[in-house]
Ligand binder design. Structure first.
Ligand SMILES: [Zn+2]
Length: 46
């Protein structure tokens, strides 16, 4: 899957790949987990 196409569910800006299991949004300062290659894009902080 192409991780660069994924945007933040809160602010819709591009997410940065922080690690193999983490995405990060610079704009709203949130981290999102990637589980089994699927990003967990929840509005709540995990
Ligand atoms: Zn965001």
């Amino acid at each position: 899957m192409n991780i660069e196409l994924i945007c933040c569910p809160i602010c819709q800006s591009d997410l940065e790949k922080k690690s193999e299991t983490q995405l990060f949004c610079k704009k709203c300062d949130r981290e999102f987990l990637i589980k089994n290659d699927i990003p967990i894009l929840l509005k709540e902080r995990i």
